[in-house]
Design a protein around this ligand. Structure first.
Ligand SMILES: Cc1ncc(COP(=O)(O)O)c(C=O)c1O
Length: 422
């Protein structure tokens, strides 16, 4: 008699759904004819191959044992933490470098830091305030953990709406849900998906409203694209040095993947609260007890020999140029005349489009299917909202495709947009 097996998943296992990003990436990889302006891949043709070759050759010819091929520490290499604290304090001279370094840890991409942060703060049923729109992989992670995302309201221009936030917080209090509010999260520099950056005032307004509502909850600032400005760094400081946030426990996350090589998957975080940081590190030890030591050592090398700086010098204009190519191709194909709207970002790898009213661009919409049939894939904007998602926005990524491919993708996209014009 065959034995029957039963596979009973935990609540977490039951809740886990295939991530949409994996579905989008798989569609792109399975169909070579499809041009994907969906996934946030970076510029393959500009990856730092020479820099990596030099760095590895330098590392392997060092006298002494190849310690970088051994396990490292859970918190990450001290020298890399020092270098990244230095990098951050050059961006924000007002910061106390020693404090940043004390709070620092290295993760397997910044995605891991985000997961750790939420995992140690939230139980199912808890709430996190998120920007609007927000990073959809973070939102999916919240769903997977059973955490509710509540949007920070925005005004007609997409700016943080302080009065609206005050209303959301007072509604939470009136319905007895403030105890469930465990953190606030936002992507503040050349955001995924909107490409926009938060001003210092907008960041302060969030802190002021939370303080006024007596909700001094942990804040997570995701600065994944901060280094990817085209011309000038975005002037707003991070929550680490804005006075309105002084009393809040703060986690600042950033990454070396987007500005250098996504394949190396090394992230950097610094946390101002020793207890919160310790908890995250305990759980990190359960995950992996340390980020790949070799990759960290490689970053130490490229940060010290100028390879990292040179890569940034190369890719900033490369991304600006790709952004212009896609922007121009969409305009040339008549998308603005059809009533579509978007702004040119000053950094990052995304264009954020709003469709004319009445066009549904959601994942299961006819429009989305028509685009896939026409050979072009985008990220439906509906995935990028914690709640109350509009169905007329779209994220386009110009990171990975070559210029001619971006032009072709824009042509295919606009042909569909014309068919759906009202
Ligand atoms: C806003 C944002 N945060 C975090 C991440 C995670 O990146 P990584 O884990 O490669 O550092 C991404 C990746 O796309 C992102 O867009």
């Amino acid at each position: 008699m065959p034995t029957s097996t039963s596979l009973n998943f935990s609540t977490l296992g039951e809740r886990a759904q295939p991530p949409t990003i994996a579905k989008l990436m798989a569609m792109a990889l399975e169909n070579p004819e499809l041009l994907s302006i969906a996934a946030g891949f970076t510029d393959t043709s500009n990856l730092p191959v020479d820099s990596i070759e030099q760095a590895v050759s330098e590392m392997v010819s060092r006298p002494g044992p190849p310690e970088f091929l051994q396990y490292g520490s859970n918190q990450g290499r001290p020298e890399l933490r020092r270098m990244l604290a230095e990098h951050l304090s050059l961006q924000e001279p007002a910061l106390d470098k020693a404090e940043i370094q004390r709070g620092a840890f290295i993760t397997n991409g910044s995605q891991q830091a985000l997961y750790l942060a939420v995992q140690v703060l939230c139980d199912p049923g808890d709430i996190i305030l998120v920007d609007r729109p927000s990073y959809f992989v973070f939102l999916e992670m919240l769903k997977g953990l059973g955490v509710e995302a509540v949007s920070i309201p925005t005004d007609a221009n997409g700016l943080v709406d302080g009065d609206g936030l005050a209303e959301v917080l007072s509604e939470m209090r009136a319905t007895g849900r403030t105890e469930k509010l465990k953190a606030v999260y936002f992507v503040s520099y050349f955001s995924n998906p909107s490409g926009r950056s938060l001003t210092e005032k907008e960041k302060s307004v969030i802190a002021e409203q939370l303080t006024a509502a007596d909700l001094v909850v942990p804040v997570i600032e995701d600065a994944a694209y901060r280094d990817l400005y085209y011309r000038e760094p975005w002037p707003a400081p991070s929550v680490l040095s804005i006075s309105a946030w002084a009393d809040f426990p703060k986690l600042y996350t950033s990454t070396l993947t987007k500005p250098f090589a996504t394949g190396l998957k090394v992230g950097f975080a610094t946390c101002t609260d020793p207890e919160w940081r310790a908890k995250m590190l305990h759980v990190k030890a359960h995950h992996d007890f340390g980020t790949a030591n070799f990759n960290q050592a490689l970053f130490e090398q490229v940060l010290s020999d100028g390879g990292f700086r040179d890569q940034l010098r190369k890719i900033r204009p490369a991304y600006e140029s790709k952004m212009r190519t896609l922007d121009m191709a969409l305009k040339d194909a008549g998308l603005v005349d059809l009533g579509w709207k978007w702004d040119q970002p000053a950094g990052g790898i995304y264009l954020w489009l709003t469709a004319p009213s009445g066009i549904d661009t959601a994942l299961d919409s006819e429009f989305c299917h028509a685009c896939v049939e026409a050979g072009v894939l985008y990220v439906p904007g509906e995935l990028c909202y914690g709640d109350d998602a509009p169905i007329d926005t779209i994220r386009l990524s110009f990171g990975v495709l070559e210029h001619e491919q971006l032009q072709e993708a824009a042509k295919r996209f606009c042909a569909v947009a014309k068919r759906f014009a009202k």
